[in-house]
Design a protein around this ligand. Structure first.
Ligand code: SAM
Ligand code: SF4
Length: 444
């Protein structure tokens, strides 16, 4: 059994966990293949943040049921949440491992290789973070670094504290060493990851907080961009903005999930901040020297959310003028306190609110993007679009900027490898709600 197929669902934390799982498997002599059909070992790294994501995984498992002579494994959040129940629901599954137990993945694979057919790794009490030197990163320019795992908050709607265990930070030294190694290997952009990166607390005697860590990662030679996600408003301090203002390597982009514009709903959600406290953090960003792009997450239809509460959320959008938002209908999750709340909002009403919210935000984004027309942005070139002939770049503010370049004097096409990974100045010529269009005057 030496080939594996791995499909990843969910957030960037899962994507990065998968990179580490791939590294661990390759070290054990497995090779990755592109289809489940071609694999001996089929793994799904799963997400259970909303019911829809969870259903997708069981649907995939159902599809696999017909295939014989393969070993199936469920990793990640659904594995942690459902545990051994997965064996009942999908008897062809042999391996169930939650993300807090990935440090034991090697041992668990040995048992699978020895022929065991019901193997679990579900302990949540691990003190360790999942560090492996064998991470297999697919993007040659941008790399993720996990700085903190798990979550110690208890938002009433959220499964993460149950699926990812308690908060564990990595030492600042190991983060800096990893960033330096990545820079030496040609990576120029780093994305620091954690459920709440700004709750970071260095466990070593240095005792750094997140702002101090940001300063240090932003000073690693060869690193041109540093992003971080996600930040929790309660632990968001002004020193983070000061660090961004001091150092252009730290991208002028902050994702600060608000969830609701109503203090009453925020209290019911157990978010630990009020609307006013959240707005104070927004003020810090608006008053910064650099033009910081702000994005957020919003949940509509939390139990008991009235029309008036929802109106407060719409007004918050107008006040903050976010550069982008991720918006979701509230989804009931197992074990969470919000399950017991009365006054669940009907599905059609949640959909209605979501549509209104997204339309309001679309107009805001169109306005904000239009303000950038005529200006110049530096982009990291990430790819190309063969149907439009444009290059795809990303700005420091995390906007997508599709652009063309000046023709080369000899009329030849620019080779992809010369463009991808480059940082180029691009003049913005047009704006849409979700992206920009521009021209680069340089003949590369
Ligand atoms: N730790 C981050 C924070 O506190 O903002 C959020 C991490 S969570 C993986 C990403 C987003 O999923 C949340 O910000 C929230 O908007 C959304 N989410 C979480 N649980 C949800 C639920 N039960 N229903 C709908 N959306 C949910
Ligand atoms: Fe979930 Fe709240 Fe933790 Fe974010 S802070 S992961 S929303 S419990």
């Amino acid at each position: 059994m030496k080939s594996f197929y791995l499909e990843t669902f969910g957030c960037q934390m899962n994507v990065h966990d998968s990179e580490k799982v791939i590294g661990t498997l390759e070290q054990r002599g497995y090779s990755q293949v592109d289809t489940a059909d071609a694999a001996d070992l089929v793994l799904y790294n799963t997400c259970s943040i909303r019911d829809k994501a969870e259903q997708k995984v069981f649907h995939r498992l159902q599809e696999g049921k017909r295939v014989k002579n393969k070993v199936f494994g469920v990793l990640g959040c659904v594995a942690q949440q459902e545990g051994e129940k997965i064996f009942e629901r999908a008897p062809h599954v042999s391996l169930v491992v939650g993300s807090a137990s990935y440090t034991k993945l090697g041992e668990l694979l040995v048992r699978i290789e020895a022929g065991e057919r019901k193997v679990t790794g579900l302990s949540l009490d691990t003190e360790d973070t999942f560090e492996t030197p064998l991470t297999r990163r697919d993007n040659p320019h941008r790399a993720y670094i996990t700085i903190i795992e798990g979550c110690d908050k208890s938002c009433a709607y959220c499964v993460v504290p149950f699926t990812r265990g308690p908060e564990r930070s990595r030492t600042s030294q190991s983060v800096i060493d990893e960033a330096a190694k990545l820079a030496a290997n040609g990576y120029s952009e780093i994305q620091l990851l954690g459920q709440n990166v700004n709750s970071y607390r260095d466990p070593s005697p240095a005792g750094w907080d997140f702002a101090r860590l940001l300063d240090a990662v932003g000073s690693v030679e060869g690193i041109r961009r540093v992003r971080f996600t996600t930040s929790h408003p309660r632990d968001f301090v002004k020193e983070i903005i000061d660090a961004i203002d001091r150092n252009e390597v730290l991208c002028n982009q902050v994702h600060l999930p608000v969830q609701s514009g109503s203090s009453r709903v925020l209290a019911a959600m157990q978010r630990q901040y009020t609307r006013d406290q959240y707005m104070q953090r927004i003020e810090w960003m608006k008053n910064a020297k650099r033009n910081i792009a702000i994005s957020t997450d919003i949940i509509v239809g939390f139990p008991g959310e009235t029309d008036e509460d929802f109106e407060h959320t719409l007004r918050l959008l107008d006040e903050v003028e976010y550069d982008s938002i991720f918006s979701f209908k509230y989804s009931q999750r197992p074990n969470t306190p919000a399950l017991k709340l009365e006054d669940q909002i009907p599905e059609e009403e949640k959909s209605r609110r979501l549509t209104i919210l997204q339309e309001r935000q679309r107009a805001i984004q169109m306005r904000r993007n239009t303000n950038l027309v005529g200006g110049r942005q530096e982009v990291l070139v990430e790819g190309s679009n063969s149907s439009t002939g444009q290059w795809i770049g990303r700005t420091s503010q995390n906007r997508i900027l599709n652009f063309t370049t000046a023709p080369r004097p000899d009329g030849t096409a620019i080779p992809r490898e010369r463009m991808i990974g480059n940082y180029l100045p691009v003049r913005v010529t047009r704006a849409g709600p979700n992206s920009l269009v521009g021209e680069c005057a340089i003949a590369v």
